[in-house]
Write a protein that binds this ligand. Structure first.
Ligand code: CMC
Length: 433
């Protein structure tokens, strides 16, 4: 519940005083409501990268980056990561509460029913080159899914129709990812099995062949479960805001999520997990000279950044990174794997945390720093890491789109700008017609 405005702040513009309402969230976060600012004063606000702008009220995820708190529907991420499954977490995010046993069984059954993609869609993979990035393929395939459900592509789907699209997206995203991997290695696609749960089914489609079933390793399933849970939502990040923005024009959920996948692909967002491993490999090949790369990242004349460090909202250790780091160590130990990149990552983190530049800017490892070590141990290729993030973020995108759709306050997303271009001038014919 959000409090009704209890207080106002005063703003003096051109000598005149205006009162702006203060909105307080359940965790006592405060916002100045500027909805009428332009109408009342003629001014707009300018906020580069929306760092101080609340775009909506939301009851899905709470995070306090100053202290490193993250909660889904009020439940601390540490408790969810320890006790829940990805499917249960998805239900929690989308519907607001943990499911009963019956609700979860029905939810899970619907994934089995919707796991396979249409035979015609499988042919799409023949058209992509083996070098195609899985995120480009995933985004195109997700928006194309809508073509198979013309009856669902409408501005105002019913509650039941939204539920159906949600299951379609959650079930098929892992099938599409696994198929794009098979395509990239030039092997035949392997379809889902009815007897396997969400994550084992994904691993089966990734690693089984037409003649040999992949042996599921429970430790890998557990680790992947944790990673997907930790990625499941993160309030108004770049991709989720994109999903809401696209959906605010009444575009359908397939189209909105497809746009979210493209936003996630960027190296500053979900593409960072791929970049982290590639960065560590470069440092390793360069003789493990960590200081050289730290200095490069600190050089204001160099755009280079240490990938996997820093966050717009966390000014403390990212709670997700803490859990993933431990998970990575545990998994490698259980599987008896020695990965030199994990040792390098730990050494790099130690050096960064001691460095003044990073301390002053409160730059800590984020969720993407250690997730790649887990993916590598499972055998997932580096190029697929951002797609793994997309599988994990799917419930968060759906929950946010649904919440936006159900809110009576939603308006089409349409920011303003401050124009800095040329003043009016006449058209001078250049004889180009
Ligand atoms: N390496 C070196 N310097 C950095 C880094 C980094 N990874 N991140 C931020 N800085 C510096 C930046 O140069 C700036 O310095 P100065 O004040 O001297 O100009 C200062 O720290 C503040 O950075 P910013 O770019 O204004 O911060 P932001 O909030 O706009 O960007 C970020 C956040 C995550 C894009 C950024 O920290 C970054 O590029 N990190 C590396 C990419 C990465 O790991 N992304 C994954 C984020 S977690 C997954 C997700 O939720 O998307």
């Amino acid at each position: 519940m959000v409090d009704t405005p209890a207080e106002n702040v005063k703003l003096i513009v051109d000598g005149k005083t205006f009162e702006l309402p203060v909105i307080t969230g359940t965790e006592k976060e405060k916002a100045i409501d500027i909805s009428n600012l332009r109408k009342d004063t003629g001014y707009i606000t300018l906020d580069n990268g929306y760092a101080n702008t609340g775009s909506c009220k939301s009851a899905i995820t709470f995070l306090d980056g100053e202290v490193g708190i993250l909660r889904y529907r009020g439940i601390p991420i540490e408790q969810i990561a320890e006790n829940s499954t990805f499917l249960e977490t998805s239900y929690l995010l989308i519907y607001g509460d943990l499911p009963t046993k019956t609700q979860l069984t029905n939810f899970s059954k619907s994934f089995t029913k919707h796991a396979a993609i249409h035979k015609d869609m499988e042919k799409f993979f023949e058209g992509y080159p083996a070098t195609g990035h899985p995120m480009g393929i995933l985004s195109a395939m997700v928006v194309s899914l809508g073509a198979y459900y013309p009856e669902l592509i409408k501005p105002e789907p019913s509650k039941e129709e939204i539920d159906l699209i949600a299951v379609e997206l959650l079930a098929k995203v892992r099938t599409i990812c696994a198929h794009s991997y098979k395509k990239s290695i030039g092997k035949p696609l392997v379809g889902p099995r009815d007897d396997l749960q969400y994550i084992p089914n994904f691993l089966h489609m990734m690693f089984s062949t037409k003649t040999k079933d992949y042996k599921i390793v429970p430790e890998m399933v557990d680790a992947l479960q944790t990673v997907l849970i930790l990625h499941a939502d993160h309030e108004q990040n770049c991709s989720t805001s994109t999903v809401r923005m696209v959906g605010s024009s009444w575009a359908n959920l397939f189209a909105s999520v497809s746009a979210g996948i493209c936003a996630l692909w960027g190296p500053l967002h979900g593409g960072a997990n791929q970049e982290v491993i590639e960065m560590l490999e470069v440092i390793q090949k360069d003789g493990g000279n960590i200081q050289k790369y730290i200095n490069k990242a600190k050089d204001s004349n160099d755009n280079y950044r240490l990938m996997g460090f820093g966050h717009r909202v966390y000014k403390n250790y990212d709670p997700r990174a803490k859990i993933i780091k431990k998970r990575a160590h545990d998994l490698l130990k259980k599987l008896g794997i020695k990965d030199p990149l994990l040792d390098l990552a730990v050494t790099l983190e130690d050096a960064v945390l001691k460095d003044d530049y990073f301390q002053q800017r409160k730059l800590y490892p984020n969720v993407d720093f250690y997730s790649g070590i887990i993916y590598r141990a499972i055998g997932i290729p580096t190029k697929m890491f951002p797609a793994m993030f997309a599988i994990g973020r799917m419930p968060g995108w759906i929950a946010n789109w649904k919440e936006m759709k159900e809110s009576s306050e939603t308006r089409i997303g349409r920011p303003r700008q401050i124009y800095t271009g040329r003043l009016t001038r006449d058209y001078v014919p250049m004889n180009n017609r």
